[in-house]
Design a binder for this molecule. Structure first.
Ligand code: AMP
Length: 204
């Protein structure tokens, strides 16, 4: 396990709106509106849909890459575990994910789109971590490599909380204790009701 209690940054829908606007504006400025958006399962779905809305793109295709298992726990190299859900040959394509960390997921997906004979392939991630080996064509914000955090996106909040609060609760044996661990080690401030909810839901 990389780190049981990673430093986290909880993000909001207002952040998401801002990142979407930033990326969409750049794509428009460069006159690069794609015919198809390929969204990575699962992190790229919400970003892909929001960009489709802002850019007027009506066609979306998905592709699945996996290697980050549970929250902040990388499990080996990324691999494509489900191919493109539809054709992209001859299309201009924007491949979208939420964040590039190792960059392997977006790199693999972009290569698959190229191999499927897309006419033009660009890529976008809301956030880009400086150490990523793949640099997306567009990103809204760079996280310096020495400022690595686990980003808690609004669409992953409950899943991330279940993992992290579950670990904290196993150590502290109380909701208050778990919240303290989350605040001090993960820098994640969460309401007691949210911790209670994930702990209750985890019970068989
Ligand atoms: P990667 O292939 O390492 O660039 O990351 C693949 C996927 O793992 C991303 O699309 C995210 O869904 C998730 N992920 C990786 N690193 C982070 C992070 N630091 N914060 C939140 N999610 C992450």
């Amino acid at each position: 396990m990389a780190n049981e209690f990673p430093k986290c940054r909880r993000t909001t829908w207002a952040d998401v709106d801002r990142w979407s606007d930033t990326i969409a504006a750049r794509v428009r400025d460069l006159n690069k509106i794609p015919e198809t958006i390929v969204a990575l399962t699962r992190g790229g779905w919400v970003p892909g849909r929001l960009l489709a809305d802002r850019l007027g793109v009506r066609r979306m295709v998905s592709i699945r890459a996996q290697h980050w298992g549970v929250t902040a726990t990388p499990s080996g190299k990324a691999e494509l575990t489900e191919g493109l859900s539809g054709p992209v040959d001859g299309h201009s394509v924007l491949v979208v994910d939420d964040i590039t960390d190792t960059g392997e997921s977006l790199e693999l997906a972009s290569a698959a789109v190229l191999k499927a004979r897309a006419r033009q392939v660009e890529s976008a991630a809301f956030l880009h971590i400086g150490h990523s080996k793949f640099i997306p064509t567009y990103y809204a914000e760079e996280i310096p490599r020495d400022a690595w955090v686990w980003v808690v996106f609004p669409w992953n909040y409950w899943e991330d909380l279940a993992t992290l609060a579950g670990r904290a609760y196993a150590e502290a044996h109380s909701v208050d204790g778990a919240r303290k661990i989350l605040a001090q080690r993960c820098r994640l401030e969460v309401p007691a009701a949210d911790v209670e909810r994930v702990i209750l839901e985890a019970r068989p």
